[in-house]
Design a protein around this ligand. Structure first.
Ligand SMILES: [Fe+2]
Length: 199
């Protein structure tokens, strides 16, 4: 693993045990996926290890810190401040001496995805979702995404985003524009193969 700055090691060590376990598993999945895809495993595992640095903090504190740091806050993030745990974590990582834009963007966009996700960002986004430890009864779709991720990362992302967007719409939840833009960008770049069962 890439060297982890001491302040990050200490901050990670203060997280709830369950979250630390999730971060270690996600880093392991990211490293494996990166190897399959020919992506920088050091950057992927460091980003994955740090992605939920702020996940345990109250949404109101995330909103406060995002305002204090003068981050651009979308109305959807005002309504669902938990979505700011990635952007706030990216800023804290910068304070800790991590300046690699690929690592910072992977952390920043791991919840919403983003049309400009790099290969490292795609690996971290998927590794987080594929950590089955978060799902006592993993949804069959996650198995499909896991299989796809090893051979076609963009289709794996599209299939996951389609599921995520459908769930959010069906539950009456707001959609972050970066999620929709990521969906559009991936779809227009190659698209999903038509599902024969739908015709
Ligand atoms: Fe996570």
């Amino acid at each position: 693993m890439a060297s982890i700055p001491t302040p990050l090691q200490e901050a990670l060590g203060r997280l709830p045990q369950g979250l630390q376990d999730h971060l270690l598993r996600t880093a392991s999945i990211a490293r494996e996926l990166a190897q399959f895809l020919g992506v920088d495993g050091e950057k992927a595992s460091l980003s994955a290890l740090a992605h939920d640095l702020c996940r345990a903090e109250p949404p109101s504190a995330l909103l406060h810190e995002a305002r204090h740091r003068e981050l651009a806050i979308h109305p959807v993030e005002e309504a669902v401040p938990l979505l700011l745990h990635g952007p706030v974590a990216a800023e804290r990582l910068r304070d800790m001496g991590i300046h690699d834009p690929e690592v910072l963007d992977a952390v920043r966009w791991h919840s919403t995805a983003h049309p400009a996700l790099t290969p490292v960002g795609k690996v971290v986004f998927l590794a987080d979702k594929l950590d089955e430890g978060k799902h006592p009864q993993p949804h069959p779709l996650l198995q499909k995404v896991a299989n796809l991720a090893r051979r076609d990362v963009n289709t794996a992302l599209l299939v996951y985003l389609q599921w995520q967007i459908q769930r959010l719409v069906e539950s009456g939840s707001p959609l972050h524009p970066a999620t929709l833009e990521a969906w559009n960008a991936l779809l227009l770049a190659g698209g999903l193969a038509p599902d024969p069962s739908k015709h």
